[in-house]
Ligand binder design. Structure first.
Ligand code: NAP
Length: 281
């Protein structure tokens, strides 16, 4: 069996066509949806992520502002910038690129962002809203994974979903979103005793670990849906996910590739959250 590929680039293209329509409807109301991206330090990976987000805004009719600061920026000065953006009427979404330098308390900075502009969905108010099923901004990466499942018409009701990873930005919100769609959810992490025993029971597996080949073909039930969130470099420096793609695609029913899977969807959901922030005005 060879799995069907869930193509994140193709799905993003479809969803971004709708972004353009929604942006046009906002212009007609005199509103240009705007995203501010704040980058502290010069991490090459963060610079690439930030550049891609700004370009996606430009390509899809959203106003964007990139604020770049030296790694020596103080926490107080960063907080002051966030407060200024909270009060800037041209900005509907604020994203502070993580990780931040060690001398800055990232959680404190995230909590300083107005929940109304928290398009990354990392604020405790957004996390709480997801937890209790209230409207709020969903973190872009798991939100994108849910769109990928919806794109294949997958009904999660009564299915067993196994999420590998429990970070606040991917694993935990992913599990809550799957639960909201009536899946039975298992969350695995570094202390899970027998990961394979868990994944072999899964109808859906979401891997969000950050290590190559955490999920191999012998760990996957035939026909399962496999979503690979991982973005890693292998020993040769090549981009890879958490899933052994070549092996797992022979067993799974559906699989997302890396690159071209969850990555583009994350940026698309950021655009959608920013539009939503502007539409709520
Ligand atoms: P993270 O904060 O480092 O969390 C990793 C999780 O994996 C932790 O919960 C950890 O368990 C668990 N883990 C580590 N080793 C494990 C093992 N051997 N078996 C089972 N679980 C294990 O990472 P993250 O921020 O969630 O990101 C995960 C991956 O997704 C990374 O590769 C990241 O680059 C990628 N990512 C991609 C996108 C995208 O747009 N495509 C967006 C965000 C993240 P403990 O909690 O016990 O430590």
């Amino acid at each position: 069996m060879t799995a069907q590929i869930i193509d994140g680039n193709a799905l993003s293209k479809q969803l971004r066509a709708d972004v353009a329509l929604r942006a046009a409807a906002l212009y007609a109301r005199g509103i240009t949806p705007g995203l501010a991206v704040v980058l502290v330090g010069d991490s090459p990976a963060s610079q690439v992520y930030v550049r891609n987000k700004i370009k996606a805004c430009e390509d899809n009719g959203l106003h964007s502002v990139l604020e770049k600061y030296a790694a020596t920026l103080s926490e107080a000065d960063l907080l002051a910038r966030v407060y200024a953006l909270n009060n800037d009427p041209a900005i509907h979404g604020i994203l502070v690129q993580l990780p931040l330098p060690a001398h800055i308390d990232a959680q404190k900075v995230i909590e300083a962002i107005s929940p109304a502009k928290d398009v990354d969905g990392f604020h405790v108010a957004s996390a709480g809203a997801l937890m209790v099923g209230q409207p709020g901004f969903w973190p872009c990466t798991p939100y994108g994974c849910m769109k990928m499942l919806a794109s294949i018409g997958y009904d999660l009701r009564g299915k067993h979903a196994v999420v590998i990873g429990r970070s606040n930005i991917v694993g935990k919100p992913m599990a809550l979103m799957l639960l909201q769609k009536n899946a039975t959810v298992t969350i695995c992490h570094s202390a899970t005793k027998d990961l394979k025993a868990m994944t072999l029971q899964a109808d859906v597996i979401v891997a969000a670990v950050g290590k190559c080949n955490v999920l191999t073909a012998d760990m996957v039930k035939p026909g399962a849906v496999v979503i690979d969130v991982g973005m890693n470099r292998n020993a040769e420096g090549k981009l890879c996910g958490d899933v052994d793609f070549d092996g797992v695609k022979e067993v799974a029913g559906y699989i997302t590739p890396v690159p071209g899977g969850v990555g583009p969807m994350t940026i698309t959901m950021l655009l959608i959250n920013t539009l939503e922030a502007a539409e709520r005005l």
